[in-house]
Ligand binder design. Structure first.
Ligand code: FAD
Ligand code: AMP
Length: 479
């Protein structure tokens, strides 16, 4: 038996590395186990998010948005930028550099906070012991007072579209595309599918997205989903709903024939690359010894209570491997909550106030309940909506598409949901999150002074509109 720790964290993604840093800050002797190594055998920190998820996708989205703006938005502003082109190789190299800087930074943060990094694959044994098998196959067992499982998730693979080097890709492969495919197919019109589709459509790919469900973005507010479908279609994404992929065939080693069924029967599509973006599943294979005491739920997620406690005393689980949205900020906040609980502090997380964002352009962002949810729950609500087309600052920024929609309880005035489609909705949504976290009413936002001219004024105006008092648009007739 080797060293004993107060806390051992398994996994160094945004759940695990944040939990480890917080635990160490709170004076706990902490180790973090990570199995990912690069081609030289050096540990890779940051998990899915920093390496093949949030950060690299946003780097590519930012670059291609600038390209799109230069090609399609400059002329109207009197900027002459003829023959603007994209060097996709350079774009991907820049993305790689950003990933390198950030993941390397976590190693520095571990050192600064006194977190011990244990390279290897962690396995939880009975009695909070953790076996770590390093890249060379050497196993060491460590004891811990507390263990935090933060093993994250992996992409779902579907039998009709098995991954094929360079042709049928998952999210990691999609982020490595270095040349614009002439025809790009995407299976799944979820967050990842739409972000990847946007990146390559802006570079000139003919993008077809096959989505098995009949509804587009069923989890988003109905107005957001409708507006997003309209705008993304206008940008060239061919989104086919009710289209289920049933098979694929590689033709001459260079093209993919995609078979799918829709309302009209069997269909085919030929693409140069196919991205499979049908969701992610918890990564728990090999993580738990039979007698670890930790149980999985019926969908394969690690079973936890509202404080992320598993069935084994002193063992917690956080992030993508447990119930709840698969989002980096949810993983990190669970990590902080658990570290605080272990250190003896009172801590809880508000799962009703987790923002969701899809980084298309315009961006889609929301927090709280959708109109459809409130309707089905029979809650009486009021809605205030303000379009960016009526915002002077949005006009100046050449980003007038979309709106802010605030939904509040008809009787108590409390804000129940904030939904946006807009140029910087990913930033603006924080205003809705803060308002809801502080249990704000619509009146609280109405009485708040927003700087002029800012796109944030759309939040103010949407709050005013909920009571038919918007200033810069005509209000609905009083009901
Ligand atoms: P992960 O980030 O998956 O990290 C788990 C870590 O544990 C990995 O490093 C893994 O190697 C390690 N590990 C697993 N098992 C073991 C073991 N037995 N021993 C040792 N180490 C182990 N979320 C957002 O909030 N915003 C976004 O914009 C966003 N964009 C995304 C874009 C893409 C393309 C993808 C794929 C995901 C995106 N996500 C986004 C989701 C986000 O990446 C995840 O929600 C987040 O990474 C989950 O964090 P985690 O710490 O739970 O797991
Ligand atoms: P998300 O979980 O947000 O990444 O979204 C994944 C999407 O993929 C969901 O909307 C699923 O309906 C869709 N999907 C899953 N399997 C298939 C399939 N075989 N063909 C087309 N779409 C699919």
């Amino acid at each position: 038996m080797s060293d004993k720790f107060d806390v051992i964290v398994i996994g160094a993604g945004p759940g695990g590395y944040v939990a480890a840093i917080r635990a160490a800050q709170l004076g706990l002797k902490t180790a973090c186990v990570e199995k990912w190594v690069d081609d030289k055998g050096a540990p890779v920190l940051g998990g899915t998010c920093l390496n093949v998820g949030c950060i690299p996708s946003k780097a590519l989205l930012e670059t291609t948005h600038k390209l799109h703006e230069a090609q399609h938005g400059f002329a109207a502003q009197g900027i002459v930028a003829d023959n603007v082109k994209i060097d996709t190789q350079k774009m991907v190299e820049r993305k790689d550099q950003i990933v390198k800087n950030l993941t390397g930074g976590i190693g520095g943060l571990f050192k600064a906070n006194g977190v011990t990094l244990l390279q290897g694959t962690g396995k939880l044994l009975a009695n909070k012991q953790v076996e770590v098998t390093d890249k060379d196959g050497n196993a060491t067992t460590y004891a811990a007072e507390n263990v935090i499982l933060a093993s994250g998730s992996v992409p779902v693979e579907i039998p009709p579209a098995p991954l094929t080097e360079g042709l049928i890709l998952d999210n990691a492969g999609a982020l490595e595309i270095r040349e614009t495919p002439k025809r790009l197919g995407i299976i799944g019109a979820g967050v990842i599918g739409l972000e990847m589709g946007s990146i390559w459509a802006r570079c000139g790919s003919e993008v077809t997205v096959l989505e098995a469900m009949d509804d587009f973005l069923a989890l988003a507010d109905i107005d957001v989903a409708k507006e997003a479908k309209k705008l993304l279609t206008k940008q060239g994404l061919n989104i086919k709903l009710g289209a289920r992929c049933t098979g694929t065939e590689i033709i001459d080693g260079k093209e993919v024939k995609v078979k799918y069924t829709d309302a009209n029967g069997e269909q085919e599509l030929i693409v140069d690359k196919l991205i499979v973006a049908v969701g992610r599943r918890p990564q728990t294979q090999g993580l738990l010894a039979e007698d670890s005491g930790v149980k999985l739920d019926e969908r394969g997620f690690i079973f936890v209570d509202e404080n992320c406690r598993t069935d084994a005393p002193g063992v917690y689980a956080i992030g993508d491997s447990v119930r709840g949205p698969m989002l980096a900020h949810k993983a990190s906040e669970e990590g902080i909550m658990v570290a605080d609980i272990i250190a003896g502090h009172k801590a809880a997380m508000n799962y009703d106030c987790i923002p969701n964002i899809i980084y298309t352009f315009p961006e889609l962002a929301w927090v709280g309940k959708t109109e459809q949810e409130l309707k089905s729950e029979g809650v009486k609500y009021k809605v205030g909506k303000f379009p960016f087309a009526a915002s002077g600052r949005a006009m100046a920024a050449n980003a007038t598409e979309g709106f802010v929609k605030i939904i509040a309880d008809e009787e108590t005035d409390r804000i129940l949901g904030v939904h946006m489609v807009g140029g910087i909705a990913s930033e603006l949504i924080a205003q809705g999150v803060i308002a809801m976290e502080f249990a704000a009413s619509v009146e609280d936002l109405q009485l708040t002074v927003f700087a002029h001219p800012t796109v944030s004024e759309a939040v103010h105006e949407a709050a005013l509109a909920a009571d038919n008092h918007a200033i810069h648009i005509a209000n609905r007739k009083k009901r």
